[in-house]
Write a protein that binds this ligand. Structure first.
Ligand code: FNR
Length: 412
């Protein structure tokens, strides 16, 4: 064996170093530490029924996914300040319980813009489910339907076309739209979504400046050098899976190398796209009372308070911090949904108390799908739903109508 070959066989490569780091991460999660047999040096992957909360699924997803697929789900932009703040904010809201309530009397069913739901919980639009499981978005839809018909907002950047996802199960679906350059391109996507049974269109306008070579999602850019660039490509397909590919115009060149769909957006544009939409039209990414009031003024039917799970712009506030301001900005005229860091039943309850009509989960169903396929998406949703019921009973708020701001004391 030559010197070089010897070196190659024995040296610590970047890849093996990273693999050891990953093993360290998994081993240090409370769930997997709890699985270790104290008498023998091995660990095992737990069965799904052993998992008790949404965080437990993340550890399994981490263990099962390639590094870049895990990172694509986990990452936030740049310093990931907003990503962390979304979670931290739940610690700044205390629940003040009231009275004695029969847990059997809890009622969670509600309705948002004509869509019935058994719990005020929906699935937020997230891209590229194929990177998590071979059944991709069809698996997510199946899991969501099995979990008491949880409504599922299909991402514009899904791995599969809307018609295929829609046919996979019977639960309610909405469609999320990223702005396209021409009204015709927007109309085409909206009509396909409507024809396939989507009951609302959600326009995401944050994340305007996308992933250029120096783009904000630095974790993904670093992972590029691990060998696969598959995910960022998939996430930037601009709805290609759903739209016809023939005769498409190439994107216009942009100043300063900006990519992404938000360049050129204004309220006139929103008005024109809303006008070609027949189902309720929502905007996602609102963070101030002022923007909320503008949405009402422009005839938008609902709002999703969102910072894209900390993936669009860093150093913004947590969504929970600004929720009450946005709700006040609408003066109760349109429903307000919220997402960003929701993992537990108490998290959902806090948002409802601050005025949200429902909460959307982004990473949670992704962890479920990656860990155990459609059954995992179902189970993880059921865990959050069950924990909401417990939280409502424990705080003496058996109905959604009985949840108001007197339930919480906020530290922001
Ligand atoms: C997203 N999000 C998102 N939003 C959107 O409007 N269209 C999209 O295609 C995507 N894609 C996407 C991919 C991944 C991997 C994540 C984690 C998120 C944002 C998503 O809808 C939602 O705002 C956040 O995920 C909410 O935060 P949590 O629940 O993930 O903490």
């Amino acid at each position: 064996m030559g010197n070089l070959e010897n070196q190659w066989l024995t040296s610590l490569t970047r890849r093996t170093a990273i693999r050891s780091l990953m093993t360290g991460f998994v081993a240090s999660t409370p769930l997997l530490r709890g699985q270790q047999d104290p008498y023998r040096d091995h660990s095992r992957v737990p069965a799904m029924r052993e998992l008790v909360n949404a965080f437990d699924f993340e550890a399994i997803a981490f263990a099962k996914l390639p590094r870049d697929a895990y990172d694509y789900t986990a990452l936030g932009v740049e310093d990931e300040f907003t990503l962390r703040r979304n979670r931290q904010a739940f610690a700044w809201v205390e629940l003040i319980p009231r009275g004695i309530v029969d847990a059997n009397s809890v009622v969670t069913a509600t309705e948002v813009l004509g869509t019935q739901m058994a719990f005020p919980i929906m699935i937020a639009p997230t891209a590229s489910h194929l990177s998590l499981h071979p059944e991709g978005e069809m698996g997510t839809h199946e899991g969501a339907t099995a979990a008491s018909n949880t409504p599922y907002i299909i991402s514009n950047n899904a791995s599969f076309p809307v018609d295929k996802i829609a046919k996979a199960a019977s639960g309610p679906i909405w469609f999320q739209l990223y702005p396209k350059e021409t009204l015709e391109d927007n109309r085409e996507l909206i009509e396909i979504a409507q024809d396939n049974g989507c009951k609302a269109i959600v326009l995401t306008y944050d994340g305007a400046a996308g992933n250029s070579a120096t783009g904000p999602r630095e974790r993904a850019l670093h992972d590029r050098h691990l060998g696969s660039n598959r995910l960022e490509q998939d996430a930037n397909n601009g709805g290609d899976k759903t739209r016809a590919t023939q005769g498409r115009r190439p994107p216009r060149a942009r100043k300063y190398g900006l990519t992404g769909s938000g360049v050129g957006l204004d309220w006139k544009w929103v008005d024109s796209v809303r006008a070609v939409t027949k189902v309720p039209f929502l905007t996602k990414g609102i963070l101030t009372g002022e923007d909320a009031a503008a949405c009402v003024e422009h005839g938008v039917n609902g709002i999703v308070v969102s910072n894209h799970g900390g993936r669009a712009m860093d150093y913004g506030p947590a969504t929970l911090e600004v929720l009450a301001e946005v709700v006040d900005g609408t003066q109760g005229r349109i429903p307000v949904l919220v997402d960003g860091g929701f993992r537990r039943g108490t998290d959902v309850l806090k948002a409802l108390a601050l005025g949200a009509k429902a909460v959307c989960l982004g990473r949670v169903p992704r962890w479920g799908l990656a860990a155990y396929g459609p059954a995992g998406s179902q189970r993880i949703l059921e865990i959050v739903q069950g924990k909401l019921v417990m939280a409502m009973a424990a705080t003496g708020r058996p109905t959604l109508a009985s949840i108001d701001r007197t339930l919480v004391r906020t530290d922001f």
